[in-house]
Design a protein around this ligand. Sequence first.
Ligand SMILES: [Zn+2]
Length: 217
Amino acid sequence: MDKIFTTAEMLLEVDRKSIEEAFACKIIDTYGCGDGMGGASQCALSQKYHINTETSIMEVLDKDLKTKTQPGDTGEIVLTSLHDYAMPLIRYAPSDQAIPSAAPCECGIKLPVLDKIVGRVSDVFYLPNGRVLNGLSIPFEGLIDKLSKFQIIHEKPHLIVIKLVVTPSFTAKDEQDIVTLLQHNAGEGIAIEVQIVDDIPLSAAGKHKYVISKVEY
Ligand SMILES: [Zn+2]
């Protein structure tokens, strides 16, 4: 096998590592939005995503959906389809986030590039202390053998709950490390509560949600 293509859901680093090790080949992650005919594919030479400008115009905009996001900052993906003649979608915002790149890709392909696909807008917590926390940015790589499932919930403005389904090798120190890391990322005035649970039920759509926000922003 030469390469593996992944799409549809966010590829967590922990899953990327596990799949690449299991199949002994590199993953090319892709972003696709069928409604807006938009897409971007990770470069074979770098970690950046080349935008498929042949099928749609992809803009990355600030929260107001008007201002162009600065390279290196996180913004919202907005797509205008170039091939839907019967019902064109113009500046369609599928609630996905990305970081536009400041520099072209080193591979030499001239297509515009994204540094990263960040995830769904709903994966982001806007905390009352002014911090913006992406639930999927928390690195769980070191805990791959100790956790079978996790879910991070913005339960109340000042409270983040993390649910863990743990394996027998999980220790009290691991729990403390997770709290310390989350506390560091969330900042002052945010409480972190860990709940060790037997299972985390799937959503009504049958998906496992890593991140849930119950707070209106
Ligand atoms: Zn490239």
